[in-house]
Design a protein around this ligand. Structure first.
Ligand code: ADP
Ligand code: MG
Length: 288
């Protein structure tokens, strides 16, 4: 039976994020609007550098938006002080960082890492989850439970990181490319486990992935392109998304036909809206 009383929803409204470098400013997000329901499981897709990790960092409260609002449940993170954000993160949010070693205590064993996380989880939730040893077992780590994490391979550390995040039964689980170093079988085990924790305790899950097979296994995908939400997939169907400012990003296959600068005529017939390219300009008449 699915329960969602534990999960929290996430909302980003007009979120802009700049990174300040000594020489320049990098605009990582340029107006992201996104709603994730409590208990939903969502894949974030998009090319490298499109802003996926920045979205996750903002929702985790690790980064602060330059503009816009970030809500986790009823809490507007951009209005909270650093200490309140840290408390909320500890209580509500589980994060699996992109660099697997950063999620783990390197001198503790895999089992101890998972046990520590589990000990912090309220008992009423803990009872609904597998034991630490079982979590490691379903991720194919039964043979390395007593090894210290610093000695494990990248792929093993990734899976221990997932077990640690799941063991805490967070209301919101954020994972940044947690399957990048895994083979197909381990990737499915991770996806299965994330779906399972969502079924058992109702956690909301947001997961960044490059892997089409992982994304296809999840009911909703959100594609970030050039610092905005470009498209959404729902159960295999792709949709373009209208942004708060009215901007729409065209899917890549459509963009091939309508390169940047193409003039489009918007034709409306009731609910149906069509885009038609204006007649191509006569090259002989191009301005000198
Ligand atoms: P993704 O996770 O989709 O690969 P990121 O969110 O990491 O993308 O990065 C989005 C943009 O912000 C990229 O142009 C990246 O170079 C830049 N960026 C990310 N982190 C930093 C940082 N700490 N300092 C400066 N620029 C950054
Ligand atoms: Mg990233």
């Amino acid at each position: 039976m699915m329960s969602t009383e534990h999960g929290v929803g996430v909302r980003l409204e007009g979120v802009v994020h700049l990174y300040h470098l000594p020489e320049a400013e990098v605009v990582a997000l340029r107006g992201v609007d996104l709603d994730v329901d409590a208990g939903e499981i969502v894949a974030l897709l998009g090319p490298s550098g499109s802003g996926k990790s920045t979205v996750l960092g903002l929702v985790a409260g690790i980064l602060r938006p330059s503009a816009g609002r970030v809500l986790v449940g009823p809490h507007e993170l951009n209005r909270l002080g650093a200490r309140q954000v840290a408390a909320l993160r500890g209580r509500t949010v589980g994060v699996v960082l992109q660099e697997p070693a950063r999620n783990l205590l390197p001198y503790s064993t895999a089992l101890d890492n998972v046990e520590f996380a589990r000990a912090a989880c309220p008992r009423r939730l803990r009872r609904k989850l597998p034991t630490a040893a079982q979590l490691l077992e379903v991720l194919g780590l039964g043979a390395v439970t007593r090894q210290v994490c610093g000695r494990l391979s990248g792929g093993e550390q990734q899976r221990v990181s997932i077990a640690v995040a799941v063991a805490a039964a967070p209301a919101l689980l954020l994972a940044d490319e947690p399957t990048s170093q895994l083979d197909a079988a381990s990737r499915s085990a991770v996806v299965e486990l994330l779906r399972d924790v969502r079924e058992r305790v109702g956690s909301t899950v947001m997961m960044v992935t490059h892997d089409p097979a992982v994304a296809a296994a999840l009911p909703r995908t959100v594609t970030i392109r050039d610092g905005r939400v470009g498209a959404e997939g729902h159960r295999g169907e792709e949709f373009a998304v209208v942004g708060r400012d009215g901007a729409v990003q065209l899917p890549p296959d459509v963009l091939d036909r309508f390169p940047a600068g193409t003039l489009l005529r918007v034709v409306r017939r009731g609910d149906v809206v069509e885009f038609r390219a204006a007649e191509p300009a006569d090259p002989d008449e191009a301005p000198a």
